[in-house]
Design a protein around this ligand. Structure first.
Ligand SMILES: Nc1nc2c(ncn2[C@@H]2O[C@H](COP(=O)(O)OP(=O)(O)OP(=O)(O)O)[C@@H](O)[C@H]2O)c(=O)[nH]1
Length: 397
């Protein structure tokens, strides 16, 4: 095996991890405060760097510093990392678990340094207790992480780190395989090279997780209405186009509802704009409760909303519209009463684009307004012109 200066490896890895700590501190400062845990990751990385430096000075400084203080810093660093991950996923930090593992680990390390000196026992204690911190992080990411490449990458790196530590810890218990910390044995060379690389990759994982969270939030903000949290017009149109193409490909039905709250201006004028906002939110909540998975709901503008019903024929769509009309009129007692007018249109072969379908639903909705509001009008097949082909089957308010 080629000669590798292990002290240099540790110091170099410490330098690179210190750079990652700086990156994480920048991320902490520039990312929104609501994304929690990044500060803990940055702090843990910095503490870990000092711990690595002390370990690297083994033999040059007293053991109390290069073993005990270094270990204390390492357990602290891993506690901060674990807490950061728990906070990142809106979990309570597991303080008791962290205190227990750190307390038992540090107690045994002190015993095997000062009372009954035994290097292999210390390596075994560290190798078997530190994976508990990584294992718990792994569980948190596995349970609460957003499915996708970044979570998978992070879990794999954590698994690799757990493997490296367990290998080192258990090999210290096998007679003949134990060695001192900076000794040039194959197992120690592998351990002291793999461990810092995994540590570095974990810090890269933290940066990736944080940027992925921010990307997800920006994506949500750009596609959802800020008042009602449903799809905004742009995102709804995208969904509609996708569903229209799918319906055409598979020869399936598709219906669109155009909903407009009645006399909404009066609500604003009578109760104030804030009460108007609450009415809009209450309306969205009630309509959301009527809709099923796979049905899409968007805010088209002001007090105008749209619902897309894949695989629904006109009769099914009319039934959904009626449930929406009823639940709106029932409204909660603590909010100003409101009603809704609804236009229903089904996708037809003649609808060359989404605008055709939207305009037929819109026309039917205007007819519902003209016919007295708080009612449903259905655009009959083949109607393209304003006001044409309205079903008389619409229920009376
Ligand atoms: N509170 C609140 N009001 C809004 C919002 N967006 C639009 N509006 C109001 O909605 C009202 C719409 O009024 P109009 O277009 O005249 O329609 P309407 O009073 O509902 O009458 P009809 O549609 O004919 O039944 C306007 O007063 C807008 O200011 C919003 O986000 N919050």
């Amino acid at each position: 095996m080629p000669h590798i200066d292990l002290r240099t490896v540790i110091l170099l890895a410490g330098f690179m991890t210190a750079l990652m700590a700086v990156v994480l501190f920048f991320v902490t400062r520039s990312f929104p405060q609501r994304i929690r845990g990044i500060g803990h990751w940055a702090g843990g990385t910095l503490v870990g760097v000092f711990s690595g430096l002390l370990f690297g000075l083994r033999g040059l400084i007293p053991d109390a510093l290069s073993v005990l203080l270094a270990s204390l810093l390492l357990y602290t660093a891993l506690s901060l990392w674990l807490s950061g991950t728990e906070l990142f996923y809106q979990r309570q930090p597991s303080w008791r678990f962290q205190a227990l593992v750190s307390g038992v680990g540090l107690g045994l390390l002190t015993w095997f340094l000062l009372v009954q000196p035994d290097t292999n026992a210390r390596l075994a204690v560290a190798g078997l207790s530190l994976p508990l911190f990584y294992g718990r992080q792994l569980l948190v990411v596995f349970r609460y992480g957003r499915p996708g490449f970044i979570s998978r990458f992070f879990c794999l790196v954590l698994l690799a780190q757990i493997g490296v530590l367990l290998l080192r810890g258990s090999s210290a218990l096998v007679p003949g395989l134990g060695s001192d910390f900076l000794e040039q044995t194959p197992i120690q060379v592998v351990y002291l090279t793999a461990y810092p690389i995994c540590t570095l990759m974990i810090t890269v994982g933290y940066v990736l997780l944080a940027t992925d969270r921010l990307r997800g939030e920006l994506e949500y903000l750009s596609s959802h209405d800020s008042l009602t949290q449903i799809l905004n017009r742009r995102a709804f149109v995208e969904v509609c186009e996708w569903e229209m193409a799918r319906a055409r490909r598979h020869g399936r039905a598709l219906c669109l509802l155009m909903l407009d709250l009645d006399f909404f201006k009066k609500i604003n004028d009578t109760y104030g704009h804030q009460a108007g906002d609450l009415v809009l939110q209450g309306f969205v909540q009630r309509v959301g409760a009527v809709l099923r998975r796979g049905e899409h709901f968007g805010r088209y503008g002001g007090e105008e909303f749209v619902v897309l019903l894949p695989d629904a024929d006109l009769e099914q769509a009319r039934q959904v519209a009626e449930r929406i009309r009823l639940t709106t009129a029932e409204g909660p007692a603590q909010l100003p009463p409101v009603t809704v007018s609804i236009g229903v249109a089904a996708l037809e072969a003649a609808d060359t684009n989404l605008d055709c379908l939207l305009s037929r639903a819109d026309n039917a909705m205007y007819l519902a307004k003209a016919n007295g509001r708080n009612r449903i009008e259905v655009a009959a097949a083949g109607t393209r012109e304003e006001g044409g082909g309205v079903s008389p089957a619409a229920p009376a308010p």
